[in-house]
Design a protein around this ligand. Structure first.
Ligand code: SIN
Length: 371
């Protein structure tokens, strides 16, 4: 489905509002065989060994279901390729491990590093009570909106800086390497990630990811928990976006001509199929394959209790990027280096919020925003 030009200003913005309001969004692409504009994609079979895939919780490559979308060359959608029991491990990493220091999160702006040092341990007791207590204060974990890893994205200058780097998690780097390899990118190096944490009333504004110095490498996007509508547009906001459904475990790859397209998440939806949690998350505790040692530990029943409580009305998305070209470096000019913590308020969705919501929330941004 080629993105068509429509009359009027900011077509993307109008469609964003439409999807933000609509309880049953019509015209949303579901990635499955036979769907209009969706074509099965051939992956780089043989490039990724079953052993390497299994170590990060991915099924053997021949079992993956991947799709192209007509009109969006370089865009790939992979239907949940995770092995049973592995989505919970990645969710646990996103909630328990990745928000820890030295990684950076939105709460650092308002709180000391001691206070934000371990959001999990401060929040877990309260979250366990979530199922039974309707009225209670939000935990810090529920106030988390974004975490940055590796080269830490500066939300104000919209840049990365050589000096603002902390080690990228080895397990997520390997998961990303495997997915990139499967999609034909043999030298992908995960150097930065933005983790977005959404609740049922959250959205993510219209933007494109162009801060990376290397645009030849793909952008990888992993989603867990409740579902969402993802809008993929064109090179300008005047191009009408295509709406697609993203469910737990799904992976999107934006590369080539689709690497720098405008996109947004107007709406979080309950996953299809009833039940509190999506199928891939309802059977969390699976035994290790005795022949393949996973890179991350299985999620314990105690940890899962906390993750499950969190996910019953939340979605987590990780976008992983390569920042520098192979052998490349940052430009010398440091004149705009900004040492201050930034909020993400410029990155997200100020301009697409309804006027009444802007009144309630004068500062909004590219990080997920709640109504
Ligand atoms: C998503 O949450 O699916 C998209 C995140 C992003 O575009 O940064």
């Amino acid at each position: 489905m080629a993105a068509a030009m429509l009359e009027g200003e900011e077509v993307f913005r109008k469609i964003f509002r439409l999807y933000r309001r609509s309880p049953e969004p019509a015209g949303t692409v579901h990635f499955q065989p036979g769907e209009k504009a969706v074509r099965c994609a051939q992956l780089a079979v043989g490039a990724l060994s079953d052993q390497d895939a299994g170590r990060v919780g991915l099924q053997p490559l021949e079992q993956w279901k991947a799709y192209h979308l007509e009109g969006y060359p370089g865009f790939l959608f992979i239907n949940n390729p995770f092995l049973p029991g592995w989505q919970p491990r990645w969710v646990r990493q996103c909630l328990k491990l990745y928000p820890c220091k030295p990684n950076v999160c939105n709460l650092d702006l308002h709180m000391s590093s001691e206070q934000t040092a371990n959001l999990w341990s401060i929040s877990e007791k309260q979250l366990r009570k979530k199922m039974t207590q309707k009225r209670r204060e939000k935990t810090l974990l529920e106030k988390l909106r974004w975490v940055t890893l590796g080269f830490h994205y500066n939300w104000d200058t919209k840049k990365y800086y050589k000096e603002k780097f902390t080690p990228f998690p080895a397990d997520l780097a390997e998961l990303s390497r495997c997915v990139a390899l499967a999609c034909g990118f043999s030298n992908f190096k995960a150097e930065a990630a933005i983790l977005n944490y959404y609740h049922m009333d959250s959205s993510l504004g219209i933007h494109k990811d162009e801060a990376e110095l290397d645009h030849h490498s793909p952008l990888l996007s992993f989603s867990f928990g409740q579902s969402s509508i993802f809008l993929l547009g064109g090179q300008s906001r005047e191009v009408a976006p295509t709406a697609m459904m993203m469910n737990s475990g799904d992976i999107m790859v934006m590369s080539g001509a689709s690497r720098l397209l405008y996109h947004a998440v107007p709406r979080i939806l309950r996953h299809p199929g009833g039940g509190i949690l999506p199928p891939g998350l309802s059977d969390p505790i699976c035994g290790e394959d005795p022949y393949i040692k996973g890179l991350t530990e299985p999620c314990s029943p105690q940890d899962w209790e906390v993750c499950a409580a969190y996910l019953q009305d939340s979605r987590i998305n990780m976008t992983v990027r390569q920042v520098l070209e192979e052998g490349g470096s940052f430009p010398k000019d440091k004149s705009d280096q900004n040492d201050h913590m930034t909020t993400g308020d410029s990155y997200h969705n100020e301009e697409i919020l309804e006027p009444e919501l802007q009144i309630k929330r004068p500062k909004t941004s590219q990080m997920p925003q709640d109504e």
